[in-house]
Each structure stands twice: as C-alpha cells, then as structure tokens.
Design a protein around this ligand. Sequence first.
Ligand SMILES: [Zn+2]
Length: 191
Amino acid sequence: MPNKGFKHSAETRAKMSKASKLMWQDLDYREIVIKTRVGSKRSNETKAKMSAWQKGKKKKPLTEEHKKNIGKALEGRVMYEEHKAKMSAASNGSNSSQWLSGISHSPYSPKFNKQLRVKIRERDNHTCQLCGVEKNVISKGEILMAVHHIDYDKTNCSEDNLITLCTSCNFKANGNREMWQQYFECKLLVA
Ligand SMILES: [Zn+2]
C-alpha cells in the first residue's frame, strides 16, 4: 500500500506532466525549449523569453485557432479509439482465424441434426430471413439454406435460437455479432 506522501507526489507528477505536454503544444514554447537544449549562447535571453512567455500565457487565453486545433487532435483520438473498437469487433467476425478455427474446435450439439434443420427451414418457408431469397445459389448450384444460431452458441438448439439464412447472409451474420443477435431476436418475436 503506498502511503499518502507517495500518492500525492504521483498526482503532482501527473499534473506536471500534463502541464508540460500542454505547453509543448505551443510552437513558440517548443522553439524556445529547443534553443535552450542545444545550449544557445544567448541562454539568458532565452530564459527571459521563456519567462515572458509564461507570464504572457497566464493573461492570454487560447486563441480560437489553437482551441480548434486541440479539439481536432482530441477528435482524432476519439475516432482512433472508435476505429480500434470497430476493428476488434470485425476481427471477432467471419474473417478472423478464431471464427475459422471455431468451426473445427466447437462442434455443434448433437441436437442440431438434420431433422431439426429441416423443421426450422420449413418454419421459415425455405426463405432467407434476412434478404428474403428463396433459393440459395452458390456458384450456379442450389444448396440448402443455412440454419443460423442467433446467440452464436452452437449448443443452444432451442427453436427460437435458430433462423434460416442464405449462405451469403449467414456469412454476413458472423460479423458484428451483437447487432445481428438483437436483430434476429426481434425478428422472431415479431414473427
Ligand atoms: Zn440472405
């Protein structure tokens, strides 16, 4: 357990770090610091400039342009986070190796037999419940409609967890899982 003193100093350090990062965003300040670091002969002058800069900053609020730039930077970061979340969601879908290996490593329940699949297809009129096609055509040949597990649990074979989809829609439904699960659950409630 860290004592109070330790906590305080960590907080202070965080504040100082945050403040210095903000200051670093100011190009004038950055220029001055770089000049100081390379050991300019006019170090006294530089120090005076820094001191003047800091005094000036206290009085001068951020310019609109500067505020906009900071806003843009923050927005960029939010978008980046959203993008990361989307990428991670996508990687849980059909293109991920996890999903591909999922076929071989998590076998369907024995309850998910031909008889049950026929029953579900009949209930759904042999029609894809997403796009409405009645014939599931794959490279010129007609194949049976897929019976999709709405909650993605291959062992949950209750009829309200199963829905008829064409191959294309079944593939689609393996990405963005949370959204599709909600969609199909609602669809069956309405039906
Ligand atoms: Zn379809």
